[in-house]
Design a binder for this molecule. Structure first.
Ligand code: SF4
Length: 286
């Protein structure tokens, strides 16, 4: 059975999702960035062997006609639209070019500075760029997200893009204690680079992502076992940190973000009342 390419966004029927109604589109299945904490790898076979969707261009051209004007479309929720394969296949680039003929509102989600290649097309769209960043430390990023763009490259991309387009950052996930000492410095840096909103969430455990994390960060194996397996909360198929710790981490991010004059939201944490904008950056779409 061939699945539709453009589907209503439904993060695994997550009860804590506060996103506005929107669609999700990805030219690729799987992702080459190989982030240890990735959630999508639990749902998609051979996730790290990325491949293009079959007959993508033909299917996109047919399906797009059925999407209502002004709909929000996110590219992409369960892959990255700027994986290395995009350099060869240009399917994201093709998608954006087609979008120029429609009146959609678009959110691009990526960890790759390859997005800069498409800056001219992006300028012609009603778009918000959402870049994910977990750390400013190059060595930590190399261990956590081995094939994504480095923090330096991502910061440069954020700075360039934010001169022309609204840019939000997903400071996501917060992984206690790997990147929790950097909260203040990351937020300060993002303000300097022109970011409008910070979206955050804590690391949520699935068996396969915990296995990868434990293999690479074996020094935290026992701590994560205590925090997630023994004391954590199970919500919607994920293990969360104990609520008091989670709340204090999200509060810290919120406090520094507001102090720096940016908007704030958290994602699937249950603290909707603290959001100053939509949880996905879509408030900056016109
Ligand atoms: S970039 Fe996103 S989809 Fe790709 S491996 Fe990392 S977390 Fe998973």
């Amino acid at each position: 059975m061939i699945m539709r390419l453009i589907t209503p966004f439904d993060p695994w029927r997550g009860e804590l999702c506060t996103c506005p109604k929107k669609f999700s589109l990805s030219p690729y299945t799987g992702c080459e960035h190989r982030c240890l904490y990735c959630y999508a790898s639990s749902y998609i076979k051979d996730f790290y062997k990325s491949r293009e969707k079959k007959n993508y261009i033909d299917r996109l051209q047919k399906e797009i006609k059925k999407i209502p004007e002004k709909a929000i479309i996110t590219i992409a929720n369960s892959s990255d639209p700027y994986i290395p394969l995009e350099k060869k296949l240009n399917l994201t680039n093709f998608t954006l070019r087609i979008f120029k003929n429609y009146n959609f509102r678009v959110i691009i989600l990526t960890k790759s500075s390859l997005i800069l290649r498409d800056i001219q097309i992006l300028k012609e769209l009603n778009v918000v760029v959402s870049i994910s960043l977990t750390t400013l430390k190059e060595k930590l990023a190399k261990r956590l997200e081995p094939f994504a763009s480095s923090p330096k490259e991502r910061l440069e991309a954020i700075e360039t893009l934010s001169k022309y387009l609204p840019v939000v950052v997903r400071f996501d996930p917060i992984i206690y204690p790997l990147n929790t000492r950097e909260i203040k410095s990351i937020i300060k840096e993002l303000k300097i680079r022109g970011v409008r909103q910070i979206i955050t969430s804590t690391y949520k455990v699935k068996p396969d992502n915990l296995k990868r994390m434990n293999n690479i960060f074996s020094e935290y194996r026992n701590l994560w076992h205590t925090l997630y397996i023994e004391k954590g909360e199970r919500i919607g198929g994920y293990l969360y940190l104990p609520k008091s710790l989670r709340k204090s981490l999200i509060q810290q991010v919120r406090e520094y973000t507001l102090k720096e004059g940016m908007d704030f939201s958290s994602c699937r944490e249950g603290f909707k009342k603290w959001n100053t904008r939509n949880c996905d950056g879509s408030s900056f779409l016109s």
